[in-house]
Design a protein around this ligand. Structure first.
Ligand code: GDP
Ligand code: GDP
Length: 461
């Protein structure tokens, strides 16, 4: 369970500087997907061992009409959904009226809020920060986001207790009901040689997409199928609803971000769309089903959700919904647009469906199963090595500064998604085009579909 941090504060206090520092990724995996626009306001962070979702709420400057204006709505929702709020102030500029307005709003909310005084570098921090005690939100945490100073201590003091609490909650779930806990807590061990982890665990399938693409309709359609047996699962949080189900003797847990099962009647208000809920669902899923709307085309919002799915390394299936009642000309036009905007994702299966009429919905599960099987497939070192040698023989790596890059050895680095570690000389200088070539070579040779493959390069033997 990932905790959520919301960053609030008036413009120019350093929110995006802190955001960037927290989300800056340090891993050297081949995971760049050209053509992707990123939503910079939501990020998955791994900082000093702390994993969390961070939201730069951006929108609040305290001057909005009662703050509750439409413009600030997503920001307010983010605050509501956050575990903690870091309220940034500028130690150099001193306290402003906007700071006081924001503080007043936060004090009314029953939310753990902390004052973070930024830009404390090169000034007498203690005396500059003293006035912020008037905001009546407790201790002042001093940082210099631009230099990273105080950031670890900040997380320890603010997020540390939450992390401990969440771990305790997970323990409680485990103790209260083993069978339910099984659905949440996934064992990390790899399956036996030659097998996939496929047989024994329910596949957690998150249905995500922006508002109105048809997530609820699709979820209801799936749950209404004759072959589907749905179990009742008690206890929910503010998060997505988990719906255990069996289909063709295979177990799944639908992670319902649209809140279908929470609604008593079809006419009940539709759940508010929430990016945080979606991010958490992605994090917890084995396979992500991204729903897009054929009639609306691919929007930037679709691409940011897609970006999160890709970043998470989860398996992915894409459903292009509302494919009913379109004439052939329009269908062709939509297909070429999808190709143009999504062509860079070569591993995910694309399905054209109508959630309303049920067309194509059953086939989705073929791809979901395939994606999960691919992600958990166990491959031997000998096999990985052989494929590497074949790829190198078919198309040798380029010369870099007059010397040929040489791949020497490969082994498995993990599953879910499959990770392959390749050792060799000058491997860090391999151009992206060759990295992509290797990735596609492995994909074809291992028949892996629906999941990204990550290749990690290490210098030397
Ligand atoms: P935002 O509008 O709250 O997202 O603020 P930004 O992150 O864009 O920062 C506003 C300005 O403050 C930029 O010019 C940053 O370089 C500067 N800034 C951010 N953090 C620090 C810091 O720790 N020390 C100093 N001296 N400047 C900072
Ligand atoms: P959500 O916000 O993603 O859960 O979207 P809904 O499931 O509430 O659907 C939004 C609207 O799209 C509703 O009016 C649905 O009836 C309609 N809709 C959903 N799926 C389809 C479909 O396959 N074809 C058509 N024509 N309309 C659909």
């Amino acid at each position: 369970m990932l905790p959520v941090i919301a960053l609030v504060g008036r413009p120019n206090v350093g929110k995006s500087t802190l955001f960037n520092r927290l989300t800056r990724t340090r891993d050297a995996l081949v995971a760049d997907f050209p053509g992707l626009t990123r939503d910079r306001k939501y990020g998955q962070a791994d900082y000093d061992g702390y994993e969390f979702i961070v939201v730069d709420t951006g929108g609040i400057d305290g001057s909005e009409e009662g703050i509750e204006t439409e413009m600030a709505e997503q920001s307010l929702l983010a605050i509501e959904e956050a575990d903690i709020v870091l309220f940034l102030v500028d130690a150099r500029a001193g306290m402003t009226a906007a700071d006081q307005a924001i503080a007043q709003h936060l004090r009314r909310q029953e939310k753990k809020s902390f004052i973070v005084a930024n830009k404390t570098d090169g000034i007498d921090a203690d005396s500059s920060c003293a006035e912020f005690y008037q905001l009546a939100l407790g201790d002042i945490h001093q940082i210099a986001a631009a230099h990273g100073r105080g950031v670890t201590q900040l997380l320890e003091a603010t997020l540390g207790p939450i992390v401990a609490e969440l771990a305790q909650q997970e323990d409680d779930i485990e103790q209260s009901d083993d069978s339910i806990a099984e659905l949440y807590l996934e064992g990390e061990e790899a399956p036996e040689e030659g097998k996939s982890g496929f047989e024994d665990k329910p596949i957690k399938l998150a249905i995500i997409g922006r508002p109105n693409v048809g997530k609820s309709t699709l979820t209801n359609r799936i749950l209404g199928e004759e072959r589907v047996i749905v179990y009742d699962m008690p206890g929910t949080t503010r998060d997505s609803i988990y719906i255990p189900m069996t289909r063709n003797d295979r177990e799944y847990v639908l992670i319902d971000t649209a809140g279908v099962r929470k609604r008593k009647k079809v006419s009940d208000v539709v759940e508010k769309f929430s990016v945080i809920k979606t991010l958490k669902a992605i994090e917890d899923a084995n396979v992500i089903l991204l729903v897009v709307d054929a009639r609306e085309g691919i929007s930037d919002q679709d691409l940011s959700l897609l970006g999160f799915a890709l970043n998470s390394g989860r398996s992915l299936v894409i459903a292009v919904n509302k494919w009913d009642g379109l004439d052939n000309y329009v269908k062709e036009r939509i297909k070429s647009e999808l190709d143009r905007r999504l062509g860079f994702i070569d591993f995910a299966r694309l399905h054209f469906i109508s959630a309303l009429h049920g067309t194509g919905v059953g086939h989705l599960f073929e791809s979901v199963d395939e994606a999960y099987e691919s992600a958990t497939k166990r491959v031997s070192t000998a096999m990985l090595r052989r494929i590497m040698d074949m790829a190198q023989a078919d198309h040798q790596p380029p010369l870099v500064r007059g010397r040929r890059v040489k791949l020497k050895y490969a082994h498995a680095g993990g599953y879910n998604p499959p990770r392959i570690v390749i050792h060799g000389n000058q491997v860090h200088d391999l151009p992206d085009s060759y990295k992509r070539y290797l990735m596609n070579y492995y994909r074809k040779a291992l028949n892996i579909m629906g999941t990204p493959i990550k290749i990690e390069f290490r210098e030397g033997d």
